[in-house]
Design a protein around this ligand. Structure first.
Ligand code: NAD
Length: 350
């Protein structure tokens, strides 16, 4: 496996995965509409790999466009076929990811996430490319108690965003079952990626629109916001705040490379795999660790619980450890340290 297509490769997780794959010698084609990004992260990758011999002009191509543009997708696959180096696999990051925005504007979420995936699968099928790693999400699980989530636990998302991820997994399952070709599919169910490359050169472009906690902590640290709003302090957890499984974005990126290797080494298969650390951290614990690492005070104000939130979402990651030959290596301090370094170097993002 040599040449890969990355949809949404300019985004937060996609750009860190580009770094890991380029470093390992893969040839990458990125397609991104830049609806929620720019192509700057791809340019920045050159600064990151400066000490190594990587031919960026050959190994990293960027195509500006929407994955719902099926003719554009066809032309990308065709070009690769023509130059004798067909696309061997796809990492499918492209999608819209805000839970709250999906509640306000569900149709655009169905259109972008599900519509985009359907056009991608159609073209993959036409070109006999059957290997895909899909960015799924822990938000598809029903999580009521305080137990680790397993891949075969109940799937019951609570937002249009979560519904689209559940439906895409179903589409992938029926595509696999159709046996229209040798499909090899990994649905990586991400828990909560945070942090950045330790250089501070690439990271997450924070937005006030974000539903995630870490960007909001960073916005308080950079004085864009005066306090951190914490939704509920009466959850059934030790300190009353919600517990999540934070994972360093580079550990998550490395899981993609492991998933590709697993698919490559196997015959036709489909796997749903939790990608988390298995460790839970509460909102207040994350705030305290961030304060320790950064030296900044993060004032907190409690408000009512947010609709759709759950008290506890932590992965049972034993399947990933077992079948991916992968181990999350960076702890929560490292995540905060690297995320803070990115913030310090890029207070306004890219
Ligand atoms: P991101 O918004 O930074 O990256 C997504 C990229 O996809 C962006 O660059 C955007 O411009 C692009 N894109 C969106 N729609 C497109 C389309 N129709 N055609 C082409 N490009 C398009 O998000 P991210 O955090 O990097 O997340 C990547 C994937 O992982 C998403 O599918 C997201 O749902 C999923 N995910 C993210 C998290 C998280 O906390 N960040 C958690 C679970 C799952």
């Amino acid at each position: 496996m040599n040449r890969l297509l990355l949809t949404g490769g300019c985004g937060y997780i996609g750009s860190h995965t580009c770094y890991v794959l380029l470093d390992a010698g893969y040839e990458l084609i990125v397609i991104d509409s830049n609806i929620n990004s720019t192509d700057i992260p791809l340019l920045k990758l050159r600064d990151l790999n400066y000490s190594k011999y990587i031919n960026f002009d050959k190994n990293l191509k960027f195509i500006s466009g929407d994955i719902r543009n099926i003719d554009l997708l066809r032309s990308i696959f065709l070009e690769s076929q023509k130059d004798g180096n067909p696309i061997d696999g796809v990492l499918h990051f492209a999608g819209l990811k805000s839970v709250s925005e999906s509640i306000l504007n569900p149709i655009s979420y169905w259109e972008a996430n599900v519509g985009g995936t359907i056009s991608l699968l159609k073209v993959m099928n036409e070109f006999n490319c059957g290997t895909i790693v899909f960015s799924s999400s822990a938000s598809i699980y029903y999580s009521a108690g305080l137990k680790l989530l397993k891949e075969n636990d109940l799937i019951k998302p609570t937002s249009p965003y979560g519904y689209t991820k559940e439906v895409i997994e179903k589409i992938l399952m029926s595509t696999f079952e159709s046996r229209s070709q040798n499909w090899k599919i990994a649905n990586l169910r991400y828990f909560n990626p945070i942090g950045a490359h330790p250089s501070g050169i690439i990271g997450e472009n924070f937005s006030t629109k974000s539903d995630n906690l870490f960007p909001h902590i960073c916005m308080v640290a950079s004085r864009e916001k005066s306090y951190l709003e914490v939704y509920g302090n009466d959850w059934p957890t030790n300190d009353g705040t919600c517990i999540r499984d934070y994972i360093h974005v580079l550990d998550l990126a490395e899981a993609h490379m492991s998933a590709l290797k697993m698919l490559n080494d196997s015959s036709s298969k489909i796997e749903n795999i939790n990608i988390g650390t298995g460790n839970g951290t509460s909102v207040l614990e994350l705030v305290t660790i961030f304060e320790e690492v950064s030296g900044y005070q993060i004032p907190v104000k409690f408000s009512d619980r947010r609709k759709g939130d759950v008290p506890f979402s932590v992965a049972d990651n034993s399947l990933a450890l077992d079948i991916l030959e992968w181990l999350p290596k960076r702890n929560i301090y490292q995540m905060c340290k690297d995320g803070f370094k990115w913030l310090n170097k890029n207070p306004k993002g890219y």
